[in-house]
Design a binder for this molecule. Structure first.
Ligand SMILES: *Cc1c(COP(=O)(O)O)cnc(C)c1O
Length: 844
């Protein structure tokens, strides 16, 4: 039995296509239909940006009126045709992409930021997942996403009169969100069941259409569930580990079951963070059922096509669950399976950890994801190194440099972040639909005159100021008349003043208070008569992050000083809507996290298309993107190695100094250095360079293509060679190898020097393992004698007199004694190594 889903309102026959338009979130970036929604109800559209809500709220009378309006009918038909053409058009994937992803990729994430009207996200991770989906739609990449439909989501922020962050959890009526109940072939509302202790939790399934892609959502608010269970999907990121585990079960287990129930069989599974690792276990179970095999075979067969992306910069950032909690919650699910709670724990806890003996062994969800995956990656070049360091303990005896973490630098969905003004300019430079094809740096801004670029910038800034005044009037004037009512309500901010933006999570490592560390110096910049600056701030602090909340309080207090009021403004409730406005209007985007804590950072990428410039810590994406022509970097050239040992706070003061120096000596003078026509030529040159060099490179368009070409396609290829027979063979062979492994040894290691080169030979005892399966390598670490090298040693011949012993040799440039060390490890084209078998033996 299913409970009947609601039926949406009825529409005049001639406008029935509006349903389809309103339920396709393409309207969040493609603004062709904006005028239709505005015609239906401009008030609701302008305040909520929710086309579905507009459609469900507009009066019947208004609908009849528009149905009879030939002008509206005309525009409506154009949009219906445009939508039709969009769904049928060829895409990059359908025409240019060689390879086969079968039924596509299942993408799992705890949060999705697609629109302020669908509040299923808290911050960067969700916005990235949303942009990923939108770009997948543009490119035609076959991605089906799975997530949770939160009734309340992340908290909404207001600031009290004394600067205190207030947290609210308004209820989101799912029938008013731009999603629809997911129906099966018999038109029944799809329900998924996940076993919980002593009960079953029923999940309702929903669908959000994101252009060509679908986001499938689950929620637990089924009236037949226990009251507590109905609340599992109420809030996002509460601190309670029990609720977190429940959510991760619903997402991972329920999510995979949903795909199964719908008859989808994705070729790959991509986890965006480890929260959803249980999906990989459920995937293996379902493979097991189809192939009548054991869990180990299923794991070996499926993991080649599981990809795990991590965005975390500290090991403590991963979810951990205690054995007792897992026992309670996972036992009903694992019943009848050949995997018990302890075996599952072993897949996600450190083998050599001293904790292992103790009873409070914990399941690390990132490690579970890793042990169920074929590849894994970080999200920027520096973050690759961070990831290697974090995961090194899970690869005993492997140096961090050899940990097989790849990286794909994040990107943003350009069409979601451009302004109407920049859209017009880019359309002239590169044509319509430019974001739907692979973007190269081949559509330069060179044909666009300085005057036009500067005019774009001025219009963008002016629109931001208008928006901010309106927004501040509701949040500021009423609650806090401040010292000067006029300044607060009317004359806040200035159209021609250099505008800096800083918006992100307020948490210590992002150092949102770096400018506040020298208030006097900041005051001088704000008060300058002929070269002033103004600052727009926004951001939430996690409800338990007291230092973060304190920084908000301090900024709020600072912004109320009589000499500051109207020049520094704090916009409440940072969300996609606020972000969109700030991104379009600011001249300079400021970001100053502690290095190397910013895994990537994406907000700065969003200003590129609009001609905004970045002043940012040399960290995450900016360490890859920065050069002196495109913007400013704090501590340029900082390397991870140099910093990994240093104290977190060591650089705070010197970074603050550099930030002020850059503002005082470069940014501010540059902005106000105008020629006789009133144009700051050098500044505009920077805008042009930044737009040209960086927009395409830091787009989700580039990111999705990298995932498809460098991960999905080769992984699918390897997966197609992992039949159940191969999986069984691999398990048999590697069981055998591990039985021999402890007896492997090096017998002798010799070197001879010869005019500018050094030849090494080593005898290796393999205890009967096929020497084809073993790689012998000579390793030299980075030193003043040269960079780190790994040289393959060649097998010369077996040693006649000693069974299972082989002689290996190689020739390398000379280094002092002791600098070269041989090691041996597994070699096998059929496996992803060393992830799937980290066995290694060093001579010393
Ligand atoms: C882009 C974005 C973020 C992420 O910004 P970071 O610079 O990566 O911290 C967070 N929240 C919102 C609303 C965003 O639009």
């Amino acid at each position: 039995m299913t409970l009947a889903a609601y039926t949406p309102r009825s529409l005049p026959e001639s406008l029935s296509g509006l349903f389809q338009l309103a339920l396709d979130l393409r309207w969040t970036w493609h603004h062709g239909t904006d005028e239709l929604w505005r015609a239906l109800d401009s008030d609701i559209w302008d305040t909520t940006r929710n086309a579905w809500l507009v459609l469900n709220s507009v009066s019947g009378e208004r609908l009849e009126e528009l149905a009879a309006d030939p002008d509206f009918q005309q525009r409506y038909r154009e949009q219906i045709h445009a939508h039709q053409a969009f769904t049928e058009a060829d895409t990059w994937y359908s025409t240019d992409c060689r390879g086969d992803l079968g039924e596509g990729v299942a993408y799992f994430c705890m949060e999705y930021g697609l629109s302020e009207s669908l509040p299923l996200y808290s911050g960067g991770l969700g916005v990235l997942a949303g942009d990923f989906l939108k770009a997948s739609s543009d490119l035609g990449a076959p991605v089906m996403a799975v997530g949770l439909l939160y009734q309340q989501g992340y908290f909404r922020q207001a600031i009290s009169t004394d600067g205190e962050q207030l947290e609210f959890y308004p209820y989101n009526d799912p029938t008013m969100l731009p999603v629809s109940p997911l129906r099966d072939a018999d038109d029944q509302w799809v329900r998924v069941i996940v076993p919980f202790p002593g009960r079953h939790v029923r999940l309702r399934a929903w669908k959000a259409q994101v252009g060509r892609c679908e986001l499938l959502l689950l929620d637990s608010n089924d009236p037949r569930n226990e009251p507590g269970d109905r609340g599992i999907t109420s809030e996002l990121y509460t601190g309670d580990p029990e609720k977190r585990l429940q959510q991760e079960m619903v997402l991972g287990i329920g999510g995979w079951r949903l795909l199964e129930q719908l008859g989808r069989s994705p070729s790959l599974c991509h986890l965006n963070e480890g929260h959803c690792a249980l999906a990989l276990i459920e995937r293996a179970f379902s493979w097991q059922d189809d192939h009548e095999s054991d869990f180990q075979t299923a794991r070996t067969a499926t993991r080649a096509t599981n990809l795990f992306t991590t965005h975390t910069s500290v090991a403590s950032g991963f979810d951990h669950f205690s054995r007792s909690l897992l026992r309670l919650y996972l036992t009903p699910w694992l019943e009848g399976r050949d995997l018990n709670v302890d075996q599952l724990l072993a897949l996600g806890s450190q083998p050599s950890s001293p904790d292992n003996q103790s009873t409070d062994l914990k399941l690390n969800m990132a490690l579970l994801a890793l042990n169920m995956s074929g590849r894994f990656n970080g999200v920027s070049r520096i973050h690759q190194k961070v990831t290697q360091t974090i995961f090194q303990p899970f690869f005993p005896r492997w140096p961090a440099e050899d940990i097989p973490a790849d990286y794909v630098t994040n990107g943003i969905h350009t069409p979601s972040w451009d302004s109407p003004e920049s859209d017009a300019i880019w359309t002239r430079a590169c044509g319509k639909d430019r974001w739907r094809r692979p973007l190269q740096s081949t559509c330069p801004m060179t044909d666009i005159a300085d005057e036009e670029l500067w005019e774009m910038r001025r219009l963008e800034r002016a629109r931001l100021i208008t928006y901010l005044r309106r927004r501040l009037a509701s949040q500021h004037c009423e609650q806090n008349p401040g010292n000067n009512h006029e300044a607060a309500c009317g004359l806040l901010l200035d159209h021609e003043t250099l505008t800096l933006g800083f918006a992100r999570r307020f948490t210590e490592y992002k150092r949102p208070d770096l400018l506040l560390k020298d208030e006097e110096r900041l005051l001088k910049l704000l008060a300058s008569r002929d070269r002033p600056i103004q600052i727009v701030l926004a951001g939430k602090a996690h409800p338990y992050d007291l230092p973060g909340k304190d920084i908000i309080r301090r900024w709020k207090a600072f912004s109320r000083r009589p000499d500051v009021e109207g020049k520094v403004v704090f916009i409440e409730d940072y969300d996609l809507g606020v972000a969109n406005q700030l991104i379009q209007g600011v001249d300079v985007w400021l970001n100053c996290p502690r290095h190397p804590w910013e895994a990537c950072g994406t907000s700065g990428m969003k200003v590129l298309v609009n001609g905004g410039l970045n002043l940012s810590q040399y960290d995450g994406w900016w360490a890859e993107a920065w050069n002196p022509d495109v913007g400013w970097a704090i501590r340029p050239g900082a390397t991870f190695d140099e910093l990994s040992g240093s104290n977190n706070h060591d650089h705070d003061l010197s970074d603050m100094e550099q930030l002020f120096d850059l503002l005082e000596n470069e940014v501010i003078p540059g902005f106000y250095d105008v020629d006789s026509e009133g144009i700051p030529r050098k500044w505009v040159g920077r805008m042009r360079a930044s737009m040209d060099q960086l927009t395409a490179a830091y787009s989700a368009n580039r990111m999705v293509r990298e995932y498809v070409e460098q991960f999905y396609l080769p992984m699918a290829e390897m997966g197609s060679r992992r039949s159940s027979e191969t999986a069984r063979e691999l398990i048999g062979e590697y069981g055998e190898i591990s039985r021999h492994w402890s007896r492997l040894r090096f017998n002798s290691f010799n070197t001879s020097e010869d005019s500018g080169s050094q030849t090494f030979t080593v005898e290796v005892y393999l205890d009967g393992i096929d020497e084809q399966r073993i790689a012998v390598e000579l390793v030299a670490e980075d030193s003043e004698h040269g960079p780190r090298t790994i040289t393959a040693m060649q097998m010369k011949h077996p040693l006649g007199g000693s069974p299972h012993t082989y002689l290996y040799e190689c020739t390398v440039p000379p280094r002092p004694e002791g600098h070269y060390t041989p090691r041996l490890r597994v070699r096998d084209e059929r496996l992803n190594l060393p992830l799937e078998n980290p066995a290694i033996l060093w001579l010393r």
